[in-house]
Design a protein around this ligand. Sequence first.
Ligand code: AMP
Ligand code: ZN
Length: 482
Amino acid sequence: MTLKLFNSLSRSKEDFVPLHKNEVGLYTCGPTVYGAPHIGNMRTYFFEDILKRTLLANNYKIKHVMNITDVGHLTSDADEGEDKMEKGARREGKSVWEIAEEYTKMFQRNLQELNILEPNIWCKATDHIKEQIELIQKLQDKGYAYQISDGIYFDTSKFRDYGKIARLDIQGQKEGARVEANLEKRNSTDFALWKFSHTNGRSFDSAQDDATKRRQMEWPSPWGVGFPGWHIECSAMSLKYLGDAYDPNGIFYGERSRTIDIHCGGIDHLPVHHPNEIAQSEAATGQSFVKYWLHGEFMVIDEKRMGKSEDNFITLDSLKEKNITPLAYRYFCLGTHYRKPLNFSWEALLGSAKALLNLQNKVATISKAGKINTSFEQRFMEAMNDDLNTPQALAIMWELLKEEEQDAVKKQTLFKFDEILGLGLKNIKPLAVPKEITNLVKEREQARQEKNWGKADSLRQQILEQGFAVDDTEFGPVVKSK
Ligand code: AMP
Ligand code: ZN
């Protein structure tokens, strides 16, 4: 069975063929750790997890690298404004290093709670300043970089295919350039590779106002003290860990192709961050950077993107306060294809929580697992291999539960599905239901079908008195402990 993935480069579904026979190199753009992650962010990491689990189910080995952006991401993607990290630290009266650690930990805890598989390699931008400087130097040697008063910039007009992935209208961008854009830049699409500390990373006179406010994060470089631009970290780190052959401890064992199998991120990276990564990497190596680019759509709330800097953001912890588990949120995300916007509503989320509970209850009532129903497995994998069609995969799962099939087979097949769905079904302890309770439940079901409500109620009462409860679900009665 072939795995098909929608490649943003060709804007079409393509057969997935890895560059190296066995191992797939996967790079996913990580969080900027200046604040608590929200459930919108987590949707992107959830989609990447589904991709990873589907690759695993197709028997690929994966080397997954995720970065942590702890420097250089400015409040505007156009390299203007303040460093989000420095701003976040001021807001909280802490050091940048403290907030970086705090929010990295929170992010990693959120991943765990959502049953998202950990990357093989975590890499922080601040731990890779040397690699970033080396890459900038390479770009300068090859004539792609130039210096202006606030830093070193990449000249996008020198890179032939700049913006191709996003079908950017470069001419239109030039004409429509904003008045306040950095006038020293040669092209409006040029972006910072290195920013100078003496202007606090800013251009123009307004920077002088801030010149006394020393940055907390800065490093020496061949061009002066400063800090890397946001985009260069992803090129430097993905090439380091995936472009060359490094083992997970970072030990170099030889160069191979500089092309990486898959690179992912949220859809907001399509117009700026990813074209810039491509330009830097391909200009430096002379080789194609990434074979498959995948982008996940946004989570939206009242037709607006959920964002860290908006007032509409909801965290995983705030869901827990409402007794909604992180896995219920995971289930909620499964219901919409990753390339479609996901509308958040409490009602829909509660519906997912309920559906997951029904599923968990059902699993708990089946004591033993049997064989896998291979025709359902085949259909499930066909859905997943069709560009990660999770809504269809979920529908197939519910269909199985309603099927005339042995419970033990259903359970084993569910376990197989859950290797991709990641709902933690294997952790559910089977409930030992005594035979007499099972008989009472059957009797009650019979009474319900005969519309003998009085009898059904009194049987429910008897079941309750013996420490069990019964839920009437889509696929019949489910017993749970009271
Ligand atoms: P940030 O920490 O802001 O750099 O964002 C981390 C990741 O979350 C990026 O890959 C974004 O594309 C993604 N992201 C941000 N907002 C949303 C959203 N509302 N829905 C889905 N993904 C998002
Ligand atoms: Zn990136």
